[in-house]
Write a protein that binds this ligand. Structure first.
Ligand SMILES: [Zn+2]
Length: 186
């Protein structure tokens, strides 16, 4: 349930979080998944914020995971936090769902620096082992991409916090208290 879709005729990446009224501004039948090229629609409800959805299944071979509304909210929180609180990111372009083809992974949030450096910020809410964190981190590093993990919910375990502490020297916890109640629904 992504924030990003592609307009096939122009190749343009569309970030739905930057569009006030998606159904008014985006044309039906002109949006595809950036990974598999299959058609996507706009989904939007009373509480659920606008996002894209496949008409059918995603057929790409990228490693992906189902995304809850809370996960989508987490990505927005991460993007807002790094732009607001980390001066080193002032020059970076912050993108949602940025594909890293060499890793066959889609970064939740990617900071693209003018000199070509990419730093990925992953929003991890679902239960995950230290081995999996290590493997995914290696996948990104082999692609030449640095990665940081933001933990919350089932992923916020003492073991995972210890791993982050020893790997990075700090632990990033997603603080959902900063979000409105509406964003935390579902
Ligand atoms: Zn797809």
């Amino acid at each position: 349930m992504p924030f990003i879709a592609k307009i096939p005729s122009t190749g343009e990446r569309v970030d739905i979080t930057k569009i006030n009224n998606p159904r008014a501004e985006l044309k039906a039948d002109d949006l595809v998944c950036q990974l598999c090229g299959q058609p996507m629609i706009v989904r939007q409800g009373m509480i659920v914020k606008p996002h894209f959805a496949h008409k059918a299944e995603c057929t790409s071979d990228y490693k992906r995971h189902p995304e809850s509304p809370q996960h989508r909210a987490g990505k927005e929180l991460i993007a807002a936090t790094i732009k607001k609180e980390l001066p080193e990111y002032s020059l970076a372009k912050v993108e949602y769902e940025f594909p890293i083809p060499e890793a066959k992974r889609v970064a939740d949030v990617a900071a693209l620096f003018p000199n070509g450096w990419i730093v990925v910020h992953e929003c991890q809410l679902a239960s995950i082992t230290v081995e999996e964190l290590e493997q995914r981190t290696e996948d990104y590093l082999h692609a030449g991409v640095d990665v940081l993990w933001w933990l919350s919910n089932a992923a916020n375990t003492p073991g995972n916090r210890d791993w982050c502490q020893s790997k990075f020297g700090f632990v990033l916890i997603l603080n959902y208290d900063r979000l409105s109640a509406e964003d935390r629904e579902g």
